[in-house]
Write a protein that binds this ligand. Sequence first.
Ligand code: NAP
Length: 438
Amino acid sequence: MAQTKDGTLWVAIIGAGPAGYYTAEALTKGDQDVRVDIIDRLPTPFGLIRAGVAPDHQSIKNVSRRYEATNQRDDVRFVGNLSLGRDVTLKELQEMYDVVVLATGAAKDRPLGIDGENLPGVIGSGPFVGWYNSHPDYADLNPDLRIASVSVIGNGNVAVDVARILAKTANEMGQSDLAAHAADVIHVSSIKDIYILGRRGPLEAAFTPKELGELNKLENCVTLVDGNQLPDPSIDETLAGATKKNMIALRAMATNSPDDKPVRLHIKFYRRPMAIIGEDCVCGIRLEETVVEDGKCIGTGKSEVLPTGLVVPCIGYRTSPIPDIPYNERRGIYQNEDGLISDGLYCVGWCRRGPTGTIGTNKPDGKVIAERILNEVSPASKKGRHGLDAIVQERGLHIVTFQDWKKIEAAEIDAAEGDAPRAKFVDLDEMVSIAENK
Ligand code: NAP
C-alpha cells in the first residue's frame, strides 16, 4: 500500500491512450496530492481508442467515456498538440515534474524481413489502420484498391480487422466512423479475393472468437476455410476457451461455398511469407508451406506464388525509440525493469511490455505502475504544470486542453452524415483552429 507523502507530486504522462489514462486514474484516486498532465502530440486524446480500434467497433470505443471522467478531475489535465522532442525536451520535463511516464504505445510495424517488403503496395498495419481510422499521419496514404486481391499477413485480431474493413459494404459501415477518404476508395474497390495468411495453424491462431465470428456474417463476402487444414474433429472435445470457439467458427466456415457471395475471404493456414514479388509494385507473394511441430513453424520447402495487388502485414508492432532512452532492440520496447527505466522515469502499456492484450489489459498495468510511482517517488517542490505553462507561453505553442477537445468533438459530431457517430477531422491545423475558436 502506498504511503501518503506531503506536497504535490507532479507527473507528466506522455501519450493519451488507454495506458496513459489508466495510469492517471490510478495515480489520482488515493489521498496523496498528485497532479497529472497527460501530454500528446495530437490535438485529440485516447490514442488507440480513436486511431486503432476498428471504426465499426463503436462499443469498444465507448471506453473513452471512462477516460473522460478522469479528465473531469482538477488533478488531471490533457495537454494536446504538444510534441516531446519538438516542443519540449525530456530533460525539461524531468526538471519540471517529479515523474515522467512514457505511455507512447507501439506505433511502428514489426518488419517481415523478406525481399520485396519495401515495394509500393506493401502497407503495414500501422499506416493502413491509421488511414481508415483518420490518423492525421496517414490520411494521405491513398492505397490503390483497383486490384483483384489483397493478402493480409498474420493471424491476429489486427489481420481480422483489416480484412473485415476491406470486406464490409458501405451499408455495413453506415454506423461506423470510417474515414471518408477510406470509404471513397474501399467501397468502389475491385477486390474480389481477400486472403488472411497464417504461418502456423488454426490451433495457434491469435485471433479471438468474437472477431473471427464476425467474418462469417458479412453482407457481400463469404469466408472460406479449407477443411483439410483443420485438425481431425476428434480433437475438438479436448479443446477449451478461445481455441475451442475458434474451431467451431472455422468448421462452420469450411462448409461455405465460394459462390455464396460476390467477394471471398480465404483464411489460409500453414503459409509463411518468403518474398513479395513485383518490379514497380506488388504483383504477388511467395509463400512456403509449413508444418507445426511443438508449436514451432517449420518450412516444408514447398512454395507457391499467390497473385496479389496489395500486401498488408499485420504481424505486430514496435515502440518508436526516443533519443537517450534505453531501448530493447529485440523486443522493440523501452529497456525497463517492471516499468522503471531510470530514477523518476517509467513506462507503461505496450511500450513497457510489448503489443499484446486488450484495451482492458492496460488497466492493471497502469495500476501497478501508479503504485510503484507512489511508493518510490517523493514530491520535490517542482514547478509541474506551472513550469510547462511558462514554456508554452514563451515558445508560443498552441496546446489543446480537454475543453478544447470537446469543441473538436462537437464539430465532428455535427459533421457526421446518416447514422455515423462522427466525421473525424484529419487536418491538424483545422483541429487546432476549431479548438482556439472561442
Ligand atoms: P498478434 O495478436 O500478436 O498477432 C500477430 C500475428 O502475426 C500472429 O498470428 C503471428 O504469428 C503473426 N506473425 C508475426 N510475425 C510474423 C511473420 N514474420 N510472418 C508471418 N506471420 C507473422 O498481434 P496483432 O494482431 O497486431 O494484435 C495486437 C494486440 O491487439 C493483440 O493482443 C490483439 O488481440 C489486440 N487487438 C484486439 C482487438 C479486439 O479485441 N477487437 C483488435 C485488434 C487488436 P505467430 O503466432 O506464428 O507468431
